[in-house]
Design a protein around this ligand. Structure first.
Ligand code: LMR
Length: 328
């Protein structure tokens, strides 16, 4: 009986999720891994859906599946090609299987601010990077910043040597592994939805993430504190399948792409303020944030920057120079 009831409940839920789509409307599914609200990606995905559902009513209907409820970031890339979802926004650190160019965005201390990121991603060099996964069947519709990353651990981290011997969860990124190893620590690649449990049970000692991920996933509750290192960017590619996009009626495609472009711009305008709110929310909830002195920060830079040389060949020196210029 319980099995039948839960099957009925699931059917009801599924029907509910579809309910807003009318017959004949094209369904656009957007799957992501973060919180639905109070997070730059969650908020931007909802805004995109609201605008599509209002302005393309009768033609298209968007449904958002947050919090890894549908797919994690590995699986979603396959799901895009299979046509099971039409949109995703994995972090750029997770594209190693599709392009090595995005290693650029992971270089530690590359961008001094989110303004510098925006300047670069809207430049010709930045925009050209939307196309580098086309051979693999994907088209990038926009870069969405999520914030600069901070380290957290089960002990105070003020200088990189404080991390020696610890194990940190990283995204599926070899740049992150090299960076953690430069600190004398070890790295373990884990899916986002596994991070809280891994921190709680001591499978890993620490992690690195944006303020909003650290707040909305409650990582701060199972860590000693967060060190304000601002050492690396977290940003996403709003990505779709090229085949799906090219198969759209041209007028529908133009309308959809215009909405996506406007939402991308708005998301990037709002992100710094959202991150500041999440930082404050951590403090208000009793989390410990450690600010670094200029001398301490200099040690993080000195330890991590040598990692750049290792990936220069994959990325290209000109592209690195162009990104650096956007911050100067
Ligand atoms: C992570 O895995 O830490 C992030 O990529 C999650 C996200 O989408 O912000």
């Amino acid at each position: 009986l319980i099995g039948t009831l839960s099957a009925l409940a699931l059917t009801a839920l599924a029907t509910q999720a579809q309910a807003q789509c009318d017959d004949g409307e094209m369904v656009i599914k957007f799957s992501h891994v973060v919180a639905d609200k109070g997070h730059p990606k969650g908020d931007a995905a909802r805004l995109l859906a609201e605008r599509v559902n209002e302005e393309m009513n009768g033609t298209a209907c968007m449904e958002v599946f947050p919090n890894s409820t549908l797919y994690d970031d590995d699986k979603v890339m396959e799901a895009l090609l299979l046509g099971d979802v039409q949109l995703a926004a994995p972090s750029l650190a997770k594209f190693e299987a599709y392009t090595l160019k995005y290693r650029l965005f992971d270089l530690p201390f590359l961008f001094p601010s989110l303004d510098a990121v925006n300047k670069f991603t809207t430049s010709d060099d930045g925009k050209a990077l939307l196309k580098v996964t086309e051979d693999e069947g994907y088209t990038g519709l926009g870069f969405w910043s999520s914030g600069l990353k901070q380290f957290s651990a089960n002990k105070p981290l003020l200088e990189p040597q404080d991390a020696a011997g610890l194990k940190f969860r990283v995204q599926t990124s070899d740049v992150a592994v090299a960076m953690i190893e430069a600190m004398g620590a070890s790295a373990q690649k884990l899916a986002f939805k596994e991070v809280y449990g891994a921190l709680q049970t001591g499978v890993v000692d620490g992690q690195e993430n944006s303020w909003c991920n650290t707040y909305t996933q409650k990582f701060f509750e199972v860590q000693d504190g967060i060190s304000e290192t601002n050492h690396q960017l977290l940003a996403y590619l709003l990505v779709t399948s090229t085949e799906w996009l090219e198969g759209l009626d041209p007028a529908v495609r133009d309308q959809f792409l215009k909405i996506a472009e406007e939402v991308t711009q708005k998301a990037n305008e709002d992100v710094a303020a959202q991150e500041a709110t999440c930082r404050q929310n951590i403090i208000d909830a009793g989390g410990k944030i450690r600010e670094l002195t200029p001398e301490q920060r200099a040690k993080w830079v000195e330890t991590m920057k040598p990692v750049w040389a290792k990936f220069e060949g994959d990325i290209g020196k000109d592209l690195i120079d162009s990104a650096v210029k956007s911050g100067s």
